[in-house]
Design a protein. Structure first.
Length: 151
């Protein structure tokens, strides 16, 4: 009974980050879609290609081929190039709902991405430390956008 009570106390994740990118808002948004989609990888540089259907109601999922995979979420809102919002269970296979929000704003030669991850539900301990993974993905977005700018 005490382990159940402990799990019920661990019901939320809330992460907020700001990422500064030295590239235009259009280039940064394209890099974000690429990194969350076909160029996604783990922090061990292991490819984990995802599909991101960049329209309202579009799916975000890991495609393992032959109609196998893992559904991560649905595009709840998209306003290119300023907003991408996804809701769904993400990588968690338990009763949980997540809202991811990327807001982009260009100012003074920089694009600032404001990222928010909020989850609610039965969040197991193994899923609680996701900040490192987001940091890795966001650094890859920054690198991809800034290298595109150089071309």
């Amino acid at each position: 009974m005490s382990s159940t009570a402990l799990l019920l106390e661990q019901t939320t994740i809330h992460i907020e980050q700001q990422i500064e990118v030295r590239a235009s808002i259009d280039t940064t948004f394209a890099a974000l879609l690429d990194q969350l989609g076909p160029y996604n990888e783990t922090d061990a540089n292991k490819p984990m290609p995802m599909k991101l259907e960049a329209w309202p109601g579009g799916r975000w999922y890991r495609d393992l081929g032959d109609n196998n995979g893992h559904f991560w979420g649905t595009v709840q809102a998209i306003k290119k190039p300023t907003l991408l919002e996804i809701c769904g269970p993400l990588f968690m296979s338990n009763p949980v709902m997540t809202n991811l929000q990327y807001r982009l704003k260009e100012s003074g030669g920089l694009t600032v991405i404001t990222f928010r991850h909020q989850s609610f539900g039965l969040i197991l301990e193994e899923y609680r430390d996701v900040k490192q993974g987001w940091n890795y993905i966001h650094e890859k977005v920054r690198q991809r956008a800034e290298s595109s700018r150089q071309r």
